[in-house]
Every structure is written in C-alpha cells, then in structure tokens.
Design a protein around this ligand. Sequence first.
Ligand SMILES: *[C@@H]1O[C@H](CO)[C@@H](O)[C@H](O)[C@H]1NC(C)=O
Ligand SMILES: *[C@@H]1O[C@H](CO)[C@@H](O)[C@H](O)[C@H]1NC(C)=O
Ligand SMILES: *[C@@H]1O[C@H](CO)[C@@H](O)[C@H](O)[C@H]1NC(C)=O
Ligand SMILES: *[C@@H]1O[C@H](CO)[C@@H](O)[C@H](O)[C@H]1NC(C)=O
Length: 380
Amino acid sequence: MDYSSCSQLLVLAILVLFTLAQNIINAAPNGVFNVIDFGAVADGIRDNSKAFENAWREACNWNTYSTVLVPPGKYLVTSVVFKGPCKAPISFQLQGLILAPPGLSKLADKESWITFESLRSFTLTGGGTFHGQGRTAWPENQCHKNSNCQLPISIRFNKLNDSTITGVQSVDSKFFHINILGCYNLKLNKINISAPDDTTGDDCVSLGDGSQNVLVSDVSCGPGHGISVGSLGKYKKEEDVVGLTVINCTFTGTSNGVRIKTWPDSEDGKASNFTFEDLFMNNVENPIVIDQEYCPHNQCNIKVPSRVKISNVRFRNIRGTSLTKEAVRIVCSKEIPCQNVEIGDINLVYNGIDDKGPAISSCSNVKPTLVGKQIPATCV
Ligand SMILES: *[C@@H]1O[C@H](CO)[C@@H](O)[C@H](O)[C@H]1NC(C)=O
Ligand SMILES: *[C@@H]1O[C@H](CO)[C@@H](O)[C@H](O)[C@H]1NC(C)=O
Ligand SMILES: *[C@@H]1O[C@H](CO)[C@@H](O)[C@H](O)[C@H]1NC(C)=O
Ligand SMILES: *[C@@H]1O[C@H](CO)[C@@H](O)[C@H](O)[C@H]1NC(C)=O
C-alpha cells in the first residue's frame, strides 16, 4: 500500500470513528433520551433539574415518538416544567424515584414542583415514584396560621390532550399530589397516592377548571384528602368542567372520598357529567360530598349562593366505612339546585369511635334519582 492510499484509509477511519462518536453523544436509539446521558446523577443529593430539562428538550424536538427515560435510582429535582408543544408524541418513563428538595425554600416555583404542560399524546408511566418530602415541609408551613399561604403541588398536568398517566406513585406531597387543569381526554390509571397522616399532603387528585373527559381508574388514595373537583367559582372567568369518571378506586383513611366543591358568591359556571362508580371507602371521614358552600376560613360571603350549576352526577356502587356519621353530604346551591343527580347502590357503614348509631345522609337543594339500595337512606 502506498503512502497516499494509507492516509486516505486513515482519514476514512477517522471519519467513521467521528461519526460513530457523534451518534453515541446524541444517542437516541429508538428516540430514547436517558437522563443519565444528560448528566443526571442518582445520588439523591445533587440537583438534576438541568439534566432532566435538557433530556426533555431534545426528546421534545425529536421528529418521531420519543421517550425520556429515568432509570432506577433516586434523583433530586427542584421545580421543573416539562413543556410542549413537542414535535411528536412523547413519553416520560419514570422507573426510578424523583425526590423533591426538603422543606419549602429550595423550590424556585412556590406553587409547583413537577409540571407537565401543553402536550398532546403524552404518556407518563414506568412504575416509578414522585416523592415530595412533605414531612420536611411541615415545620416550615405557615398554612395553619395564614390562609393565603402557598405550598407546592407535587405534580401538575396543565393543558394536556389525549394523554395517559399510568403506573406511577406519588408519595408524601407537600400539598396536592396531582392537580389537573385545562386537560382534554386525560386518563389516570393505576396510580398509588399516599401521604402519611402527619404531613401536609392534601388532595390525591384535584380537578380544576377547564377540563373535559378525565378518567381516573384503579387509583388508590390515602391517607390524604381524596379526589376533588374544584374548588370552583373562586376566581373570575373560570372555564367549565365537563366529564369526569372516577371508577374502581380505593380510599383509605382519607378526609374525603369523592367531592365536588364550589364557592358561594361565584360567577356563573358549569360542572357536569360526573360518574363516581365502583369505589371502596376504608375509614373515610366524608365518603361522598357535594359542597356548594365551600368557604374555608370564612374567605367568602356564604349568604350569597354559588352560581356554578352542577348537573348529571352519578354515584354508583360505593361501599365501605365512614368515620363520621354523615357518610353522604349533598349541599347544592339555593339559587341553582343540582340537576339530574343519580344515586345508585351505596353501602357505607359508620365506623367512628365517638358516637353511636348508623350513618346518615344530609341533602339540600337536590332531588336525586335513587336506583338500587342505599345505606344510609339517602336524601329521603
Ligand atoms: C387541546 O384541545 C383543545 C380543544 O380541542 C384545543 O383548543 C387545544 O389547543 C389543544 N391543546 C393542545 C396542546 O393540543
Ligand atoms: C400500588 O400498590 C399496589 C399494592 O401495594 C402494588 O401492587 C402496585 O405495584 C403499586 N403500583 C405502583 C404503580 O406503584
Ligand atoms: C377494576 O378493577 C378490577 C380488579 O382490580 C379489574 O379487573 C377491572 O378491569 C377494573 N375495571 C376498570 C373499569 O378499571
Ligand atoms: C354530558 O352528558 C350528557 C347526558 O349524559 C350528554 O348528552 C352530553 O353529550 C355530555 N357532554 C359532554 C361534553 O360529554
């Protein structure tokens, strides 16, 4: 071989190696973007926010289906927004555990920890865990003194369309575990949500205004505050909530089971098409609640009725134990009574310690259709 063909070979070899190396650096075989390749360290101590954001940005810019992969391990992450729109459907595979910083001070965004926003065909899955370290926030929390306090919500789903959240856990949130705002066709399935009794943890799932067609199935919730729609009607220009199905869920030691709450003295609004079905309540304080006089800390004029119209609500096959006697509480607006409420088979047994006697229901401004058998006798 002469000198020139040898050097040509060498140049070729270098070119090949260089291309290979490039491919490895931008590695996304099958569109998988592993946070480790972006510098994430699973030591539970270093802040991985930048690595997570960078992995997300590249995945979001990928032309075809992409996945952000968080492999097993413990990753500390401060406030992060995983934002779209993305070029193609995207999934977030959480196999490991994402850990919030302790206390309240280290979150740049005082109201949110992890947010997924403005996405279509998004999937969050992987069997992993969001750990909010709520226990460490309790000593710093001022909410028992100041009702205008702010606490971060663990996971926010804002403006997601045709998306699925399945097979993940939320543990020990500092405030709400999961908050849903402005989502169309969102499914939450096979999710475990819990916060020890003594933490700040709040609603397991909270559905805010502007959502349509949300399905919550096979979710286990508790301890915590249950699954809530609202509160609605506190702010001006809220959008309607239409279509929530909560099915096949278990509530353990929660303060509420399923609840719809609206503020008195509100603007006009609509909340309709709710189905709460096949639910098991295990020592829940208030298993079934519609409360249109929701006014914590007397922040409102309770004498002026809510103008949020609640209609098409079905409660079916809800059973278990209630820690208060009032197992069913349906308090609708004096001005705009609830319409088309159906109560199917219910079997809720009082299981409190202080008082004797069977569970009861209390109802106002509602005339539900009763189907099947209700224990306690409901709204009669
Ligand atoms: C989601 O769907 C709604 C209603 O169809 C639409 O207005 C909105 O732009 C969509 N958002 C995204 C992120 O695609
Ligand atoms: C939820 O909890 C159940 C029972 O403890 C367990 O079998 C299941 O794997 C958990 N799911 C997730 C996503 O962690
Ligand atoms: C409800 O849960 C049961 C048992 O876990 C399961 O077989 C069934 O498919 C679930 N149904 C729905 C609608 O999620
Ligand atoms: C709400 O339910 C009613 C009656 O079941 C149905 O006619 C209507 O299409 C539903 N609306 C939406 C937006 O799902």
